[in-house]
Design a protein around this ligand. Structure first.
Ligand SMILES: Cc1ncc(COP(=O)(O)O)c(C=O)c1O
Length: 419
């Protein structure tokens, strides 16, 4: 009796599971490359190097630069975030089109490269660097017209770090401009109002070596909120910012002369009608990795793609070791009817064409399996296209970037060296 009810129970659960699987049966979302990706595919088969590459659609990128620049408006500075666009020719392009020399830099080797190649750049460091990195910067700074005293603002998050920088400035006999990182609610470090007086006093008492140059307040926690200017979360951020400005003003500082930096691609648009900050940052919104498909960037267009050749094709699904469910999977999910192997993989990226590709069976940085519907009929040596989820690290993984302009790969844009 007991065994019979157990059996009935098991059959019941199995039937339910099958029923649920049938109910949840994924739709066939496969399709050939559309006209846009077919053209890129043909271009790469003709001119590509036969390995994974990083493409930039320059027409879409120009559109994105214009959208961001218009949002910043004529009265504020648009500061280009270097880590999100880590290539000298790419930065050159963005700076020229946006008519700005302002850069936000996060990495000492990039800062040295910028000092060499952009003698007019106005740089603000985007995170507080260890004092040894600052020392390395000065040591490596060659004979260049770039004047570090006027053209770098070092970001400082605590009075302790300020004292370290002061010691270095005295030792090297230099003057450093100091921008203070504010905690506007992100809670990723930075000054709270109580510590500001201490920092200001240190700087005012040693004007030979230190000069207070402004504030930097980053607030990406507003991203998910579809935030608009009048919302309490945004007003809270701005009130903290204004609190620091008021304190600076009452210490006799002319606040309008300061660099009052804030925002990032996700949030920059919130401040179109607000003047609390006079200097707004954005990088990723120029090329639009998938993490940036957010509310305020809905006008921006994807401009950055990984393209990788297909190495192998199978017309049925096969799985390493031939497990028993191999034949069931494509019956359940029509997007698993065909199997390809692409060159490389396991990037921080999502397949964008062909469409409808489910999560891979397993990930490999060497050759990755990609399953598709039978509606996808690509051949060995055709390319598949992915969108990176972020730009900053992924853009450094493919060698030179390949800008596509008027349907051609016209140049090669080297990326920054990490060291
Ligand atoms: C201090 C700071 N400002 C701005 C940004 C915005 O960069 P992006 O526009 O690429 O998101 C970042 C990104 O991490 C940041 O750390």
């Amino acid at each position: 009796m007991k065994r019979r009810s157990l059996l009935a129970g098991t059959v019941g659960v199995a039937a339910l599971a099958t029923g649920a699987a049938v109910l949840w049966r994924p739709e066939d979302k496969g399709a050939p490359h559309d006209a846009y990706f077919s053209k890129l595919n043909a271009l790469l088969k003709r001119d590509g190097p036969g390995r994974p590459v990083m493409l930039i659609d320059t027409e879409r990128m120009n559109h994105n630069i214009d959208v961001l620049t218009n949002s910043v408006g004529p009265d504020k500075t648009y500061r280009v975030v270097v880590k999100s666009l880590p290539s000298v020719p790419l930065l050159q392009h963005v700076m020229q089109r946006a008519k700005t020399d302002a850069l936000m830099v996060f990495h000492q080797p990039f800062l040295n490269a910028i000092a060499e190649t952009f003698p007019r750049a106005d740089t603000l460091i985007g995170k507080p660097l260890p004092v040894s990195a600052v020392r390395t910067f000065y040591k490596k700074l060659g004979n260049t017209p770039f004047n570090a005293e006027n053209q770098v603002q070092w970001l400082v998050d605590t009075p302790e770090r300020l004292l370290q920088y002061q010691t270095l400035a005295r030792e090297l006999g230099i003057k450093m401009r100091i921008n203070l990182e504010l905690d506007l609610g992100l809670h990723r470090g930075g000054f709270e109002i109580a510590a500001f007086d201490t920092a200001l006093k240190i700087m005012q008492e040693d004007s030979t070596h230190l000069q207070f140059s402004g504030f930097m307040g980053y607030e990406p926690h507003l991203t998910g909120l579809k935030a608009s200017l009048d919302q309490p979360s945004v007003q809270k951020v701005l009130n903290i910012y204004r609190g620091f400005q008021d304190k600076a003003r009452s210490a006799g500082i002319s606040v309008d002369q300061l660099t009052l930096n804030g925002a990032g691609s996700h949030t920059l648009r919130i401040y179109e009608r607000d003047n609390t900050m006079n200097d707004l940052s954005a990088g990723s919104g120029v090329v639009m990795p998938t993490d940036f498909d957010t509310y305020h960037l809905s006008e921006n267009r994807p401009a950055l793609f990984i393209a990788t050749p297909i190495l192998k094709r199978y017309d049925d699904l096969i799985i390493p070791g031939d497990p028993w469910f191999t034949d069931l999977l494509p019956k359940w999910n029509p997007n698993m009817q065909r199997l390809y192997y692409i060159y490389g993989g396991y990037w921080k990226a999502r397949m964008v064409s062909p469409p409808g590709v489910p999560a891979p069976l397993y990930q490999s940085t060497n050759q990755s399996p990609i399953t598709t519907s039978k509606r996808v009929d690509l051949q060995v040596d055709d390319y598949m296209f992915l969108r990176p989820t972020q730009s900053e690290h992924v853009m450094l993984q493919f060698g030179d970037l390949l800008p596509v302009k008027d349907g051609e790969i016209s140049e090669r844009w080297p990326v920054f060296q990490q060291t």
